[in-house]
Write a protein of this length. Structure first.
Lengths: 111, 115
């Protein structure tokens, strides 16, 4: 069936390095994709989104890449900081307001 | 602090019971969304209300219902509770009514435990 998933459940990086979190999706009939960050004990926080007709979008220290050919989405975090430690979710939004989330990747930043 | 408030923070109840979760959106936001987050299912979109009317429906069970009141606060009602309903329930709000380029702000969640 249709699904939104993540390649890596955990990711550990050194402070200052760049992080790349990946997401695979199986259904191409979506309007756009969103990345969320969830810190322990808190609700998800919107990071960045990208429309399905784009292949790249940049924010502050974050970049989202969309490869529709292989149905792959990634979130790049530049100069990762300890405050970036959290679980990151991708979400797929379809025209029917059907929003589906991936399982999440836990990012741990080592000092 | 996102500006979205949810009460209660924790709720413990028994199977078969009914509970009501409450959400107050950010000031000026017209849309309210409800999500369920469980260990085995991850984060799931349940339902969206915009300015008092249902706008979108996700994986919401028939035992669950929601409404948005004139003051824009929302309630999620869960009835005939089962063990599997134990989860974190998040509310989010946004300025507009659709899901495109419309940032959602999440509340701190209500942790429901069904015994």
């Amino acid at each position: 069936g249709e699904s939104v998933g993540l390649h890596l459940p955990t990711l550990s990086v050194q402070e200052g390095d760049n992080s790349i979190i990946n997401c695979a999706y199986s259904n191409s009939a979506s309007d756009y994709f969103i990345w969320y960050k969830q810190e322990s004990g808190k609700g998800p926080q919107f990071i960045i989104d990208i429309r399905s007709n784009m292949d790249k979008r940049q924010g502050q220290r974050v970049t989202v890449l969309l490869n529709k050919t292989v149905k792959h989405l990634s979130l790049q975090i530049a100069a990762t900081q300890p405050g970036d430690s959290a679980v990151y979710f991708c979400a797929e939004v379809k025209r029917a307001h059907d929003m589906r989330f991936g399982a999440g990747t836990r990012l741990t930043v080592k000092p | 602090d996102s500006g979205v408030t949810q009460t209660p923070k924790h709720l413990i109840t028994a199977t078969g019971q009914r509970v009501t979760l409450r959400c107050s959106p950010r000031s000026g936001d017209l849309s309210v969304y409800w999500y369920q987050q469980s260990l085995d299912q991850g984060l799931q979109f349940l339902i969206q209300y915009y300015n008092g009317e249902e706008r979108a429906k996700g994986n919401i069970l028939e035992r669950f219902s929601a409404q948005q009141f004139p003051d824009l606060h929302s309630e999620l009602n869960l009835s005939s509770l089962e063990l599997g309903d134990s989860a974190l329930y998040f509310c989010a709000s946004s300025r507009k009514g659709d899901l495109s380029y419309n940032e959602q702000f999440f509340g701190p969640g209500t942790r429901l435990t069904v015994l």
